[in-house]
Ligand binder design. Structure first.
Ligand SMILES: [Zn+2]
Length: 115
């Protein structure tokens, strides 16, 4: 399924302090070079639910961009390509995406497609 149809966004991690509490989030950015990760609707649940309603999202952080102890973990991926339309997760680290809870989706991000 095309990442565009899964409302994929390249995102950058953001942390800030609010009333003495460390907060975490992320914001959308334009390019892979700026991005720390890829955020998209789960293709398995999208298909099962017939669309976005009730479908959770998947967040994949990139290798070397986000500390290893930041959720979701432990997976980190290496992105290749120029943007959402041709992004591919490449080796030598694990190239596939496996969700270890919830729907247990296991798939690949290749050439702008998640399946
Ligand atoms: Zn799912």
């Amino acid at each position: 399924m095309r990442l565009r149809d899964l409302r994929a966004e390249l995102v950058k991690r953001k942390t800030w302090n609010e009333e003495g509490q460390q907060r975490e989030g992320f914001v959308a950015v334009a390019s892979i070079a700026e991005a720390d990760g890829l955020f998209f609707l789960c293709p398995k649940c999208f298909e099962m639910n017939g669309g976005e309603v009730g479908t959770h999202r998947v967040l994949c952080w990139f290798v070397g961009k986000v500390p290893d102890d930041v959720d979701p973990k432990p997976g980190r991926w290496i992105p290749a390509g120029t943007g959402i339309d041709d992004i591919t997760f490449v080796g030598p680290a694990a190239a596939s995406v496996l969700l270890t809870s919830g729907c247990n989706w296991h798939g690949f991000v290749r050439n702008g497609d998640a399946s």
